[in-house]
Write a protein that binds this ligand. Structure first.
Ligand code: URA
Length: 200
């Protein structure tokens, strides 16, 4: 992926992250940027990197990555056909007192990262943007000036925005905590499969 505009946006984002206030607890030295084909027809947007993503500098390589691979396999899509990124490019962490575990990015963090996400979408121009969970759904809705829906209302259907198509899914990790979601996610993936087949 060599698009100059994306690389420039990543460089600016890297600098912005390094300058964040100390009180924002995050892994500021190991940002994780998008990966994949700049000509991908499907862009997949996750929440934010976790520990393993920050260590490897690649999105979705940890446990959530394994779940994502299973999800992709079920729709017959290879990773190299996609552009995969996250709404927030650094790992948001709980304070050391709470063992420095992952945390959900705040709305302020999502908003601050919107400009780099905008460049990624503008450059790749995917036929469909697939968001995983509430965080990237919030980011994309804000970016497109849409009311931010709840994932529980928006999942599993294609939302048209001008020339863009958005297909919200639950985050693959949510099925770990809520087994009932697993069947819902399977249904959503079948629907996504139809959308993708029409595009490819
Ligand atoms: N890893 C990522 O890169 N993104 C997520 O949303 C979760 C895990």
């Amino acid at each position: 992926m060599t698009d100059e505009r994306i690389l420039k946006a990543y460089e600016q984002e890297r600098r912005r992250i390094l300058e964040l206030e100390e009180k924002i607890v995050c892994d500021r030295h190991n940002p994780v940027f998008g990966e994949g084909s700049a000509r991908a027809r499907i862009m997949l947007i996750g929440e934010a990197p976790g520990k393993f993503e920050a260590m490897e500098g690649r999105p979705f390589v940890g446990k959530a990555g394994k779940q994502l691979d299973e999800l992709l396999e079920s729709v017959g899509v290879e990773r190299n056909e996609l552009f995969i990124t996250n709404a927030v490019k650094y790992r948001p962490m709980k304070p050391d007192s709470q063992k420095g575990a992952n945390r959900t990015p705040t709305l302020a963090e999502i908003k601050a990262a919107l400009s780099v996400l905008a460049v990624e979408i503008e450059c790749v121009r995917p036929c469909v943007v697939v968001t995983l969970g509430n965080t990237p759904l919030t980011a994309v809705s804000l970016l497109w000036g849409e009311k931010v829906p709840k994932i529980g209302d928006a999942h599993g259907r294609c939302i048209e925005h001008g020339t863009h198509k958005l297909f919200p899914l639950y985050h693959p990790a949510s099925a770990i905590y809520n087994m009932a979601l697993l069947d819902v996610m399977k249904d959503d993936i079948i629907k996504l499969n139809y959308v993708i087949k029409e595009l490819l």
